[in-house]
Design a protein around this ligand. Structure first.
Ligand code: DC
Length: 437
């Protein structure tokens, strides 16, 4: 089990990572301490601030050693010399951002960190664990907290050590470090697309630890074999839709536009706006091929309903968590050359035409090289009004397929570009279908 925890200064990474490692019986690696130790060596060798480019050699030669202390900061050694306290002092803190931005220092330490990952069973803590050092981690967490809260926490830590620093100074210090760590060119502080973000503002340490442990402990409840549909399922799917489709045409005067945009064969993602629980049925009716929907796991808590939606090719996703099983299942749908249905806003949105699109949605197209077909359902939110059933017209419009960006873009930019293309396409479709509302 590899757990990667990233986040800005003062977000509580060390406390959380150490305790999670303790409870789950995993090793713990504080990669910030590695950058701090190399910074100390660089300061002592007089390489800071003008000859930082030479610090990489020091990093390569340094024998860094860590001894875990369950109840306190890990003891850090360079060779036989203990530097635990020294590396946390203001001198090292003042220069560590600059040293950690050096390419060779990063390359050397990243390699050392990957060797630790290769030994398995570890909780990693830093800035680029989920994005660079261990993108294959089983659980990725991105911890955040408001700047003021982080400054207050740092102040309490300092007070516990008999030191004082004003809150304003600490806010300024943390803001500057955030900007430096996120703005640097190499391995900047960034949430991995598939990381779960936990805003720890107002949460107790115990609550955060519990949330991370739950992510790590979630059992694989959904065997992939369920994806392989029996002939009965396909038969059922076809039969039910052969009844539902004319019924929807009759009652909702359902119209479908642009269905030719759904490829006749091969893997494709259909990404649709979401305003009513009936949307999957309208989309299923409109689409020329069977759609395998990622559907909220709550539907399965009422077993008969779960059975029914499963017969329609859906599989569960636990929202607000890193549901690796659901991600794997979605990728399997595409690997089998089938159509994956997603609601990229993550939940129903009634207040706005289109909610924020989750960046992780682009992952599926990118990983499998599949096109994404944008789709807009209109009218479905007017079916149930004031608890009364109505029969407004419902339209489903498919837009032109979006190709995932190719090798002309750096890998790190592809996900954002794919998300941008999808957002643009959905807004374009909303605008062009306005008169259907
Ligand atoms: O987590 P920390 O405050 O001990 O980290 C010290 C510095 O090291 C921080 O300013 C950014 C840098 N760092 C990094 O660049 N990459 C990491 N994986 C960990 C820390």
């Amino acid at each position: 089990m590899i757990i990667a925890i990233d986040g800005p200064a003062g977000s509580g990474k060390s406390t959380i990572a150490r305790e999670v490692a303790n409870r789950l019986g995993l090793r713990y690696l504080d990669t910030g301490a590695m950058y701090r130790a190399v910074t100390l060596l660089a300061i002592e060798a007089d390489l800071v601030p003008d000859r930082i480019a030479e610090a990489g050699d020091l990093a390569a030669k340094a024998q860094l050693r860590f001894v875990d202390r369950p109840d306190d900061l890990t003891r850090v050694f360079i060779g036989e010399r203990e530097v635990t306290d020294e590396i946390r002092g203001p001198v090292v803190s003042g220069h560590v951002s600059a040293v950690s931005a050096d390419a060779r220092v990063r390359a050397v330490l990243t390699e050392k960190q990957r060797q630790e990952v290769a030994r398995g069973d570890v909780v990693l803590e830093g800035r680029d664990m989920g994005t660079v050092v261990a993108p294959q981690a089983d659980v990725k967490v991105y911890l955040t907290a408001g700047v003021e809260e982080r400054a207050r926490r740092r102040q309490l830590q300092l007070e516990a050590k008999g030191m004082t620093q004003s809150l304003d100074e600490l806010v300024a210090d943390i803001t500057a470090r955030d900007a430096y760590d996120s703005g640097r060119e190499l391995a900047p502080l960034r949430r991995a697309d598939d990381a779960v973000e936990i805003d720890t503002t107002g949460m107790t340490i115990e609550e955060v630890i519990g949330a991370v442990c739950r992510l790590a402990a979630k059992p694989s409840t959904w065997p992939l074999s369920r994806l392989i549909r029996s002939p009965l399922d396909t038969w059922l799917y076809r039969t039910v839709y052969s009844i539902v489709r004319p019924a929807f045409r009759l009652f909702f005067r359902m119209k479908v536009y642009g269905v030719e945009n759904v490829p006749c064969t091969g893997a494709a993602v259909v990404a649709c706006n979401h305003r009513s629980n009936l949307d999957p049925f309208f989309l299923g009716c409109a689409c020329s091929r069977q759609v395998h929907f990622m559907a909220k796991a709550e539907l399965w808590s009422f077993k008969p309903l779960g059975w029914v939606v499963e017969r329609f090719g859906a599989f569960p996703v636990h929202r607000g968590e890193a549901d690796r099983q659901a991600v794997r299942q979605a990728l399997d749908v595409l690997a089998e050359g089938a159509v994956l249905g997603l609601f990229p806003e993550g939940r129903r949105h009634r207040e706005t035409e289109l909610g924020d699109i989750r960046p992780g949605v682009s992952l599926f197209s990118l990983r499998q090289g599949a096109v994404t077909v944008p789709a807009i359902v209109r009218g479905s939110d007017r079916i149930v009004r004031h608890r009364l059933l109505r029969f407004p017209q419902v339209t489903v419009t498919f837009g032109a397929p979006i190709e995932p960006p190719g090798a002309d873009l750096p890998r790190a930019d592809r996900s954002a570009e794919m998300t941008r293309r999808l957002v643009d396409a959905l807004h374009g479709l909303l605008a062009s279908t306005q008169d259907q509302a």
